[in-house]
Design a protein around this ligand. Structure first.
Ligand code: COA
Length: 375
């Protein structure tokens, strides 16, 4: 009998605290003004450049972001700290990244009516793991009481689609019937809140996707019609933090140990890559753009999504065609397209089709074509 992979349910955990653009800009401007005062002589002598001020209107116009959820607000908005304060936990406690993944996972399992004992594997797919090892997925597996196996994978902002295809391939091959794929993203931990060009970009969240064999699903689900993955090396989005530079002093000049990007180049190079990928996936599956009720695109930039959707559809996209969650969540790396899917899929009827699409550092991009199927 053929094994058909489906998405049976998803889960979403959102932090309680959020930071508006106005709050973020206020702390950034207080920090940069203080820095400029402290370096007034060098700035006057022309040996260092003054730090520029940030601007609420710019942020919303350039990105579509109005606010972001974060795991710790007080540290981020304190001009003397400018980073989330996340206390280290003893090894006997569940780690923060595992905890938020478990929160999202429990939602997906409950919604699917699935007991942890019925899950065969856990994939933790995210931009940043909290530690080198043991794998986050193994801790998440343990916290949920899941048997079988778990492992981590990192394909930056595209991690979720790569995780879904991997899970779907396990189901197709018969090596698993039910795979939990989670995306815990504490993006505020790798964001440089003292960099004006990027301090507004990211937020924190966790998502979960249950990928299962169609023959064990209980209710409505999403058949995975096909998926495609692509990577192409680029330095335009990069983070050099790693175990080989652990002794590097954590100064603000050490910028490349946090997220850095050439945003304009990313925009220009990734849009055509993703459009071509979606078009060739539609061709491969013998579908037309009009066969798509919705595209749940990666949430990095509203203008980028508008352009991608318009190029694929051949017309301006409506919020129904390509919903955004950027205004409230900002860029949540791999979780973005899954949040969009989770929040904007209830109006689908049997036979309606949609596309989950991610893109980001690597470069990396992935598509997952789904069709609603009712019990
Ligand atoms: N406040 C005020 N002005 C700012 C600012 C801020 N916070 N940040 C940048 N600016 C200024 C720049 O210095 C620049 O000024 P200049 O023209 O005098 O040089 C101007 O605004 C335009 O900056 P630019 O970086 O060219 O803006 P942009 O329109 O390209 O938008 C991004 C910036 C990052 C939002 C946008 O390029 C983007 O989202 N790219 C894709 C990023 C992406 O998808 N990354 C993937 C991550 S997973």
């Amino acid at each position: 009998m053929t094994n058909i992979p489906v998405i049976s349910k998803t889960g979403l955990w959102t932090p309680e605290e959020s930071v508006s653009n106005a709050e973020l800009v206020e702390s950034f401007n207080a920090w940069s003004t203080k820095w400029n005062d402290e370096h007034a002589e060098e700035i006057a002598a022309g040996t260092v450049e003054a730090k520029p001020l940030s601007n609420v209107e710019f942020i919303e116009k350039a990105s579509g972001i109005k606010s972001r959820y974060v795991i710790n607000k007080s540290g981020i908005v304190d001009p003397d700290i400018m980073r989330p304060v996340i206390p280290e936990r003893p090894d006997t406690d569940v780690s923060v990244l595992a905890e938020i993944a478990v929160n999202a996972a429990r939602q997906a399992l409950d919604a699917a009516g699935r007991d942890a004992s019925e899950i065969d594997a856990v994939i933790c797919a995210a931009s940043n793991m909290q530690r080198a090892y043991p794998a986050m997925a193994v801790e998440i597996q343990d916290a949920l009481g899941i048997n079988g196996f778990g492992f981590d994978m990192n394909v930056a902002c595209s991690s979720a689609t790569f995780g879904i295809q991997t899970a779907a391939d396990f189901v197709r091959s018969g090596s698993a019937k039910s795979v939990l794929m989670v995306n815990p993203e504490i993006c505020s931990g790798h964001l440089n809140f003292t960099d004006r060009d990027s301090h507004f970009i990211f937020g924190d969240v966790a998502t979960a996707v249950l990928v299962e064999n169609k023959d064990i699903t209980n209710g409505d689900h999403w058949e995975i019609l096909g998926s495609s993955l692509k990577t192409q090396f680029s330095n335009n989005i990069r983070n050099n933090f790693g175990f080989l530079n652990r002794a590097a002093p954590e100064t603000r000049d050490n910028k490349d140990k946090l997220f850095v990007q050439e945003g304009r180049k990313v925009f220009k190079e990734v849009v055509p890559m993703v459009v071509a990928m979606i078009q060739s996936e539609l061709d491969r599956l013998n579908l037309q753009p009009t066969d798509l009720k919705r595209m749940w695109l990666h949430q990095a930039n509203a203008n980028m999504n508008r352009l991608i959707a318009a190029k694929v559809l051949g017309r301006e996209a409506t919020p129904e065609d390509s919903p955004t969650v950027l205004d409230t969540y900002a860029n949540t790396s791999s979780a973005g397209s899954i949040i969009a899917f989770h929040k904007h899929c209830d109006d689908f009827e049997a036979g309606d089709r949609g596309l989950i699409c991610s893109f980001g550092a690597g470069y990396s991009a992935g598509t997952v074509m789904v069709e609603k199927s009712c019990a």
